[in-house]
Ligand binder design. Structure first.
Ligand code: 8YV
Length: 316
């Protein structure tokens, strides 16, 4: 029997993933090491694979500390946290977990829109703290159905968001690098600023890259305006967070519903002082069903690689 291939695990997984991973591989847990440099110096030379989390990835320093690295298996659809250039230079393969999480991510985006537009968090507090009985009716909020939605990035997740929005009889427009053949019933608007101008709700569903960094900046945010809502279920880097905070604080933007933050899980404390934001802990893919499927796909990619078979979901 062959020795278990040594792998580096960047972040924690649920028990149902940890057990099969430990059974198949010699797993070194990067996230548990008090001295990460020391761990890399010790085990780096033997590492043949890296298993990450979507938002953690592997940077150049980690990749360079592993001269025998063959493959990086990302637990997430987003692979922006992996240094792809460093991988290309050495022919290191990269895989992700697309498709299995698409519907849950879209669901949470829709839930965030509804929750924020109808003020459900404040309304819950209104009931629990006795305001309903003492003060009477909860302040009126804004309608969702029939209004204008923009989807920035009509990939797999954006498409599922748009599909759900149709059920609310919304007028749907989208931006992408080009018009999509599968979206003939939606309006293509090339310029994100123009898209924001035409939207009450703007969903950010872009794969993050250097090219999309801060694509939602001052101009897009101000075009969305004092009545508009920004919903981000992609990556924080797609939004200029300083611009967003400023606009939320001054009322230049109506509200935001966010699942991702710069520097998460720590976030800019200015967010906590705002009552026009809905804050979620990066859990759009966080259902038991989807996370089990993601973990399986992480292992299937690693197993295929070490068996010399085609990778199920390659990025590189
Ligand atoms: C994370 C994600 O992977 O798919 C992505 O790109 O960011 C998420 O699914 C998840 O939070 C687990 O780390």
């Amino acid at each position: 029997k062959m020795d278990k291939p040594p792998i580096l695990q960047i972040g924690p997984y649920p028990q149902w993933d940890q057990e099969p991973l430990d059974a198949t591989f010699q797993v070194h847990r990067y996230f548990e090491a008090a001295d990460k440099e020391k761990l890399l110096a010790e085990v780096g030379p033997s590492i043949r694979a890296i298993a990450t989390r979507g938002e953690l990835g592997a940077n150049r320093a980690v990749i360079e500390a592993c001269p025998k690295l063959e493959v990086i298996s990302v637990y997430g659809v987003g692979f922006d946290a992996v240094d792809l250039q460093a991988c290309r230079e050495r022919g290191i393969r990269v895989t992700n977990t697309p498709d299995v999480l698409t519907n849950d991510v879209a669901d949470l985006g829709i839930a965030m829109m509804l929750c924020q537009s109808r003020g459900m968090i404040g309304a819950e507090t209104w009931v629990r703290d006795g305001s309903w009985a003492q003060k009477g009716l909860y302040p009126l909020k804004r309608r969702v159905w029939g209004r204008r939605a923009g989807v920035l990035g009509l990939g797999r997740i954006g498409f599922e968001v748009a599909k759900r929005l149709k059920g609310f009889d919304m007028q749907i427009a989208y931006s992408d690098v080009e018009a999509k053949p599968y979206a003939s019933d939606m309006t293509f608007v090339a310029d994100p600023v123009e898209l924001a101008k035409q939207s009450d709700f703007l969903f950010v569903t872009l794969a993050a890259s250097a090219a999309t960094r801060h694509i939602v900046g001052h101009k897009v945010i101000e075009a969305l305006g004092p009545e508009g809502m920004l919903i981000n279920i992609s990556r924080a880097s797609n939004i200029d967070e300083e611009a967003l905070l400023g606009a939320l604080e001054t009322g230049k933007l109506g509200s935001a519903a966010l699942d991702v933050f710069e520097g998460e899980p720590k976030l800019n404390p200015r967010f906590l002082a705002l009552d026009n934001v809905l804050l979620q802990p990066h859990h759009a893919s966080g259902t038991i069903e989807t996370r089990k499927a993601m973990g399986q796909l992480v292992r299937d990619n690693l197993t295929a690689h070490f068996a010399g078979q085609a990778l199920p979901t390659p990025v590189l």
